[in-house]
Design a protein around this ligand. Structure first.
Ligand code: ITT
Length: 200
């Protein structure tokens, strides 16, 4: 069975990726980057989700000699011109402090009324092979930002993003419900046939 490395150190993402790729029927052994603790973190120097996803996937494929998939994702708020965008994980200054990131965003939007709180999650999903071959695809989840968090599921900004057509936030959906409509679900379901084509 071909081993496929999932180039993420975000525990919430890793859980979603494993479920999405397993549901897509990929016959590969899926291993998180934490199985390779000696590999240094990749600097996310790209200016788009696609560039950063490719940086992460290539770095891990080169370091391990195995095919790697990565995502770069974030929340894009219309009234902020698409921010936090690629800075979503470190919006408050501390990388990965989900609660501080969410609180800062809510404070910044405190005076913005519901009709102007449109936002979307975006995800670029990349596959890189040790020989340098790569592919990247993208997915989105459109919605509106709540004024107060609700729900305990998911991670990151899930408690404040209410998908269009839903009455619940992403953090109030089950894992399967979120994966069925999410930016990450859409991107990795599009990447799965590409993985199958390139890796067999
Ligand atoms: P890796 O780079 O190791 O994968 P990371 O958390 O740094 O982990 P990103 O650079 O892609 O990942 O940043 C993604 C951030 O965007 C994440 O920390 C959340 O704040 C937000 N985000 C992305 N997808 C999300 C989702 O499905 N639900 C809620 N927030 C999400």
């Amino acid at each position: 069975m071909t081993r496929l490395i999932l180039a993420t150190r975000n525990a919430g993402k890793l859980i979603e990726l494993k479920a999405i790729l397993a549901d897509a029927g990929l016959p590969h052994e899926l291993v998180g980057a934490d199985s390779y603790p000696d590999i240094p973190d990749v600097k996310e120097t790209g200016v788009t989700f696609a560039e950063n996803a490719l940086l992460k996937a290539h770095a891990l494929a080169e370091a391990t000699g195995l095919p790697a998939v990565a995502d770069d994702s974030g929340l894009c708020v219309d009234v902020l011109g698409g921010a936090p965008g690629i800075f979503s994980a470190r919006w408050s200054g501390t990388h990965g402090d989900d609660r501080a990131n969410l609180d800062l965003l809510l404070a910044q939007l405190a005076d913005i009324a519901p009709p102007h709180r449109a936002a979307h999650f975006a995800c670029a999903a990349a596959l890189a092979l040790p020989d340098g071959t790569h592919r990247v695809v993208e997915g989105r989840l459109e919605g509106t930002l709540r004024t107060t968090p609700a729900g305990t599921g998911g991670f990151g900004y899930d408690p404040i993003l209410q998908p269009d057509g839903e009455t619940r936030t992403c953090a109030e959906l089950s894992a399967a419900e979120k994966n069925a409509i999410s930016h990450r679900g859409k991107a990795f379901r599009a990447l799965a046939p590409v993985v199958a084509e390139l890796l067999g």
